[in-house]
Design a protein around this ligand. Structure first.
Ligand SMILES: C[S@@+](CC[C@H](N)C(=O)[O-])C[C@H]1O[C@@H](n2cnc3c(N)ncnc32)[C@H](O)[C@@H]1O
Length: 220
């Protein structure tokens, strides 16, 4: 879908579901909290940091970080951003392919559940890398191409909305090309509701439906 179509899609979701995580297309609250709690724990405690939530939607994912940090939220859905602002994010309407921030502004950049919507995701990753501070962290969460559950789902699905699935190896390579090191993964297994961390390539990857990848931007 085009950017305009996605913007309208998420504006309508925010009108229908308000501040609920359903506006950001989560299946239900339990699924959302499982993902958020595990991912923020994996990111580690943050305090006094400048954080970007890129494609923040209604801002529910980064809300726990607001208390001790300055959290910026960028999204092209203005209706979603209104709820993110109520949650305490500093909001800015915009496209992730052209962020209105200086190089190296952020200690932490989060991009959760967004790149599966973006056909040409590399310029967006380069932009996220640009605004990450040397020594800072970029963390992206998205859908896993290799999962058996997703392959089975494809056989029965009549309406496919999220078309892009990613391999961990592909994103690891792009992270490295964008200047990140210490790259690691957290794997999530729906509907089993548990996560593992570690390297890619294990047998468990067959059942991993979504994954998060994080890396530290090289200094100098
Ligand atoms: C599935 S929602 C996830 C929201 C949030 N990250 C979360 O996990 O709760 C995806 C969000 O990305 C936004 N989005 C997608 N592509 C974008 C782009 N190119 N620029 C800005 N926002 C974008 C959508 O408007 C939507 O709010």
């Amino acid at each position: 879908m085009s950017n305009d179509a996605w913007k309208n899609y998420f504006d309508q979701k925010a009108e229908r579901h308000g501040a609920s995580v359903k506006a950001s297309d989560y299946f239900d609250d339990a699924s959302f909290f499982m993902q958020r709690d595990n991912t923020l724990r994996w990111l580690g405690a943050q305090s006094g940091k400048e954080i970007l939530d890129a494609g923040c939607g209604v801002g529910a994912f980064s809300e726990p970080l607001v208390k001790d940090n300055t959290v910026y939220g960028v999204d092209f859905s203005e209706k979603s951003l209104a709820f993110a602002a109520e949650r305490g994010l500093v909001t800015q309407t915009g496209d992730l392919a052209a962020l209105p921030f200086a190089d190296g502004k952020f200690d932490v950049v989060l991009c959760i559940g967004v790149i599966q919507l973006i056909e040409n995701y590399r310029p967006v990753l380069q932009e996220l890398a640009r605004v990450t501070k040397p020594g800072g962290t970029l963390l992206i969460q998205t859908l896993h191409r290799g999962s058996i559950q997703r392959k089975l789902l494809k056989l029965v699905e009549t309406q496919k909305k999220f078309d892009k699935l990613y391999s961990m190896a592909e994103l690891e390579q792009v992270f490295a090309e964008c200047g990140f090191e210490d790259i690691s993964f957290q794997k999530l297994y729906h509907p089993f509701r548990f996560v593992t961390t570690g390297a890619k390539g294990a047998l468990t990857d067959l059942f991993c439906t979504s994954f998060a990848i994080k890396g530290r931007k090289k200094r100098g």
